[in-house]
Write a protein that binds this ligand. Structure first.
Ligand code: 3UK
Length: 519
């Protein structure tokens, strides 16, 4: 398929966009004019949404937001499960010049209260499933809370709104949408993405690396709120005029294999934790993956052994690639004609990667160092966080916070984070946050949390605990500590192991030396 009118990429893969446009036009509106109006844009277990229906509903959504009193530039927090309304809200906002902010839907009330306040959003729209967290978050904010609506309520507003909407014109570098990203200390940071960014990721990774076309059926087990899922399950299919499969359930081996057999996707996108569970399930029940031409993995490193076992069992490769919220999607990745298991692959066309030593000089070939990235899809800045912005975004380069080296053939090998952050099931997990929760238990004096490999070689949180009364905790205490974390934090953050020690290793200034506990 040819690129949308007015958009081109140079021989260096640099994008050129009209000085004034709206990115909802190439992703949503153009498909009807190009004859794809009757083709399925979205498929779920209960409905199919065509491109013509999608374009109309996006217009209605944009109009409903304007009717609710939002004006261009306002933020709208959308805590929405994977369903067609996610598309309506996200693109309706963008087409109307409103900035959608879709956070992780697995968070807790205090996280949402923070994001509502930090973003200064004018409206919160949430799936009713999340009312138990959104309700208390709004209550906590009291009189300063913005207006809030459920997705069902919003669909009702859409039905009353006009089906026609003129796109609000913007420049390629104007603020378009935000994604929140978490750090080891401090609050989540709103990464502000520009109009151009989804064009860049969809074309450079989606089309030029994966070869996505309008014939592809894209199924992402990774959810839309995750930049990875947002690309896989929404922008790649919309950019190419193909189909997205959505499922609002928690992804498990059962639900994902059921979807693969039912919708027969050609591209499947998962995270290592899920591939590990799927491999276990395949031992007892063979499944039909014959529709899938490639699988993709990101979020955390995919062990080489999992690549081999998956290929053996399914006949399909898993293309591992590293992406980030700040870069929006995968910037170093394996490809169908060029992959090496156990590595993240090579830079995606148009992205420049550098591995630097502690003096900021490029390392010699094979040495490890800090990975820096130059990306046309990079977030412009973190909202309200000038120091974090200055640390992470320097002279047009992004500090990824990852340590990498290149093998003799130029494949990039992941060697860990430069901070203490953990990736659990592909999602950020701050050791400090878990430690603070554990310290809330009356028996606990101190706690340290580190990553520990499970049987699939994937990292999960492990707690090392010092009790107030000298001695070891029993099984009941261990259970209680796990339960405390499960109920207080996002459930995936609980420690899978608890070890009791008499004291923790500390620096002279009293900082826990987590690296000493990782062994
Ligand atoms: C780690 C990986 C090794 C790495 C993401 C694809 O994960 C995504 O975004 P996040 O902001 O996290 C970014 C960090 O996660 N990481 C991601 N992928 C890999 N480490 N191998 C990998 N394949 O520490 C990176 O800095 O949550 C992934 C597309 C879009 C994304 N946002």
């Amino acid at each position: 398929m040819t690129l949308p009118a007015g958009i081109s990429f140079g021989p260096d893969h640099k994008v050129s966009l009209p000085a004034s446009f709206n990115v909802a036009v190439p992703f949503i509106d153009r498909h009807v004019g190009e004859g794809r109006g009757a083709r399925p844009a979205i498929r779920t277990a209960s409905e199919t949404v065509t491109y013509a229906e999608l374009a109309e509903r996006v217009n209605r959504a944009g109009n409903a937001l304007l009717r609710a009193g939002l004006v261009p530039g306002d933020r709208m927090l959308m805590v929405v499960k994977d369903c067609p309304a996610f598309f309506y809200l996200f693109w309706g906002a963008i087409k109307a010049g409103i900035v959608p902010v879709p956070p992780n839907t697995l968070l807790r009330a205090p996280d949402y209260a923070y994001m509502i306040e930090d973003s200064g959003c004018r409206l919160v729209v949430s799936s009713v499933e999340f009312a138990g967290e959104i309700g208390p978050a709004l209550k906590q904010l009291g009189a300063t809370a913005p207006e809030a609506m459920t997705v069902d309520g919003f669909l009702g507003e859409m039905a009353k709104a006009s089906p026609a909407l003129e796109p609000r014109l913007a420049a390629p570098g104007d603020d378009c949408f935000w994604l929140y990203s978490s750090g080891s200390t401090g609050r989540p940071k709103g990464a502000v993405h520009a109009q151009r960014d989804m064009v860049v990721t969809s074309e450079l990774y989606g089309v030029r690396v994966l070869g996505v076309t309008e014939a592809d059926i894209n199924y992402s087990a990774a959810k839309l709120f995750f930049a990875y899922g947002l690309g896989n399950g929404m922008t790649f299919p919309l950019w190419t005029g193909g189909t997205a499969v959505l499922d609002d359930r928690r992804p498990t081996p059962d639900t994902t294999f059921e979807n693969i057999e039912r919708f027969r996707p050609t591209l499947y996108y998962g995270v290592p934790t899920l591939y590990a569970a799927q491999l276990v399930a395949l031992e007892s029940k063979p499944r039909d993956l014959s529709s899938v031409r490639a699988c993709v993995s990101a979020g955390e490193a995919l062990p080489a052994d999992m690549f081999r076992r998956w290929q053996e069992k399914t006949g399909t490769v898993i293309l591992d690639g590293i992406g980030s919220t700040e870069a929006l999607h995968i910037f170093i990745g394996n490809r169908l004609g060029d992959y090496r298991p156990g590595t993240s692959g090579k830079p995606v066309p148009g992205y420049e990667a550098r591995i630097l030593d502690e003096n900021g000089k490029p390392v010699s070939q094979g040495e490890s160092g800090a990975l820096w990235l130059k990306a046309e899809s990079a977030a412009k800045y973190y909202w309200n966080k000038p120091e974090k912005t200055a640390e992470t975004m320097v002279d047009g380069w992004l500090n990824t916070g990852d340590t990498y080296r290149q093998d003799a053939d130029g494949y990039y090998i992941y060697e860990g984070r430069s901070d203490d952050m953990l990736k659990v099931g592909g999602i950020w997990c701050s050791p400090v946050e878990i430690e603070n929760c554990l310290i809330g238990h009356p028996a606990v004096l101190e706690a340290a949390v580190v990553g520990h490999a499970d049987e699939a070689e994937l990292i999960k949180p492990k707690a090392i605990v010092v009790l107030k009364q000298a001695g070891n905790g029993d099984a009941a205490l261990t259970e209680a500590l796990m339960a405390l974390c499960k109920t207080t934090l996002a459930p995936y953050k609980y420690p899978r192991w608890v070890e009791y020690v008499p004291e923790l290793p500390k620096t002279a200034t009293g900082k826990i030396q987590r690296f000493k506990l990782r062994a």
